[in-house]
Design a protein around this ligand. Structure first.
Ligand code: MV4
Length: 501
């Protein structure tokens, strides 16, 4: 058996840093936290065995600084670095820099990070394997004429997407020929400044899709398994609010086919570590490959609850060169898990960030309730980063019981001193459409108060600009550095995709 690491650095903050520290402690691995000046009192700093200051509050000068993170790793003598999600997690240059410094990057090999970052390359892989993908092009679009030829085959509406985009960045919806040329130019220009690469492609637009993703685990010895799906359709502006596993819309046979497709894509991409294969599912249940996310996802705990596998532990074992030691048939699914994201945002003010001091905090507990939190009573949520404070995850033998348990746990959750998404989460969980499993990506737009109304457009725009300003630099996109600042991007329609997830 391979020798596991004795000491790991966690290149992240908040709940995910705490989550990784927990896995390390259970594995007998010492931990090193890194922190910015805004995070001296942060929970991950208190929980780690050691902590290293890496600079000023803006993420570009701390959590996104590859040099500072690697210097901290060298100074503390760790053997490996866990990137969490966001920040440096999907940065191939960082993965390479770790290797060059003699450090193991706890994630996929740099080549796989690069390959999965290029959505067009990923589409070609899926196409070659015969995995269903959204109809559209698999080569860069040269000009308007080529776009028009593609549309002639697939029909309107279509979406123009940036090859290096993902998570909603650099996308343009086109309903008719009159908009095509303009949308192509806009998407190109946005992609060029956001990712330093203006390559775009075109896809048929799937109306009111569901977002279903498959968790995969791949070791360095050629074994790839899937851990079932997560239903992530409850989103608002590309930010997920509630996730669950299994999906109420996926039957065992569909799970088997999606899981097999996901494993084949991961294998063909040379993927190693935990990864997520995203699919869109249309109203009649057809699924289409969208992209492969080369990281641990925020919503991973629902998969842990239904499979009994610790995904962070598995990532660490895989990075150390261990074999998975089990096959697909050894993965059993049990019961139902739901996750709610508790963000420091004001649902009554267009989900504007609401950082500040947590005056009172009572977290829920009891059977099958998990609270993955990065905060504590008396802590001040800094305004520089993600607004995610905690994730509440519950398990029950079936979906109905899981909904009841989540409702109970949300009722126990009290946060004072700041606004959080707790009230809106409660409304989602109690909604008859949610109970009936009538989920698609338009759910939040139908929820009263779940999105900005027409009369609130100005407030929404101001909020978006402020939000972009306050979150500047926390975006993970590696190529984003040379682009215009968030001020330049935030005012553009459809440019809300700078959110981290
Ligand atoms: C789409 C789509 C419809 N058709 N692509 C948004 C995030 C990015 N990962 C992909 N996204 C979409 N791509 C085609 N061809 C609809 C979305 C989409 C969406 C997808 C998943 C979850 C929420 C969403 C909200 C709006 C749009």
């Amino acid at each position: 058996m391979t020798r596991l690491f004795t000491k790991v650095l966690i290149a992240n903050r908040g709940e995910i840093a705490v989550r990784v520290i927990r896995a390390c402690r259970e594995m007998g691995i010492a931990t090193v936290a890194v922190f910015s000046e805004a995070d001296r009192e942060a929970l991950h700093v208190l929980q780690a065995d050691e902590a290293v200051a890496i600079g000023p509050p803006p993420a570009t000068e701390s959590y996104l600084s590859q040099d500072k993170v690697i210097a901290a790793a060298r100074a503390t003598g760790v053997q490996a670095v866990h990137p969490g999600y966001g920040f440096l997690a999907e940065n191939a240059d960082f993965a390479e820099a770790c290797a060059a410094a003699g450090l193991v990057f706890i994630g996929p090999p740099p080549a796989a990070v690069r390959a999965t970052g290029d959505k067009l390359a990923a589409r070609r892989v899926a196409a070659k394997l015969g995995v269903p993908l959204v109809p559209g092009t698999t080569r860069p679009l040269a000009d308007g004429a080529e776009a028009a030829r593609a549309v002639a085959e697939i029909g309107y509406p279509v979406m123009i997407k940036a090859a290096l985009g993902g998570g909603g960045k650099g996308m343009r919806l086109v309903h008719a020929y009159a908009e095509l040329e303009g949308a192509l130019r806009a998407a190109r220009s946005e992609a060029g400044s956001a990712f330093g690469d203006a390559t775009v492609y075109i896809e048929k637009y799937i109306t009111a899709p569901r977002h279903v993703e498959i968790q995969v685990l791949a070791d360095a010895h050629g074994t790839v398994v899937h851990l079932g799906e997560r239903e992530c359709s409850i989103q608002r502006r590309n930010q997920k609010l509630v996730e669950e596993s299994p999906s109420p819309c996926v039957a065992p046979e569909m799970r088997r086919r999606m899981g097999e497709a996901a494993c084949r894509i991961a294998a063909a991409a040379g993927y190693v570590s935990a990864g997520t294969v995203e699919f869109l599912v249309d109203r009649v249940g057809n699924f289409y490959f969208l992209e492969l996310n080369a990281r641990l996802q925020v919503e991973h705990p629902v998969t842990e609850f239904v499979t009994g596998r610790d995904l962070v532990r598995e990532q660490i074992r895989i990075a150390a060169g261990e074999k998975l030691g089990y096959a697909q048939d050894d993965i059993a699914f049990s019961g139902h898990a739901i996750e709610c994201r508790i963000n420091a945002e004001d649902p009554d003010a267009n989900f504007m960030p609401s950082p500040g001091k947590i005056l009172g905090l009572r977290a829920p507990g009891g059977p099958w309730v998990r609270n993955d939190s990065g905060v504590y009573e008396g802590y001040t949520v800094p305004r520089y980063y993600d607004t995610l404070m905690a994730k509440l995850i519950v398990w029950a033998p079936d979906r109905e019981a899981a909904i009841t348990r989540m409702d109970r746990a949300l009722a126990e959750y009290h946060v004072s001193g700041m606004r959080t998404t707790l009230p809106v989460l409660r409304r989602i969980i109690r909604h008859p459409d949610f109970a009936a499993g009538r989920l698609d990506t338009g759910f939040m737009e139908r929820l009263p108060g779940g999105h900005e109304s027409g009369s609130r457009r100005t407030v929404a725009l101001i909020a978006a600009v402020l939000e972009a300003y306050e979150r500047a630099g926390r975006q993970a996109a590696p190529q984003a550095a040379q682009g215009p600042g968030p001020w330049a991007r935030a005012g553009r329609p459809g440019a809300s995709g700078w959110r981290r997830r």
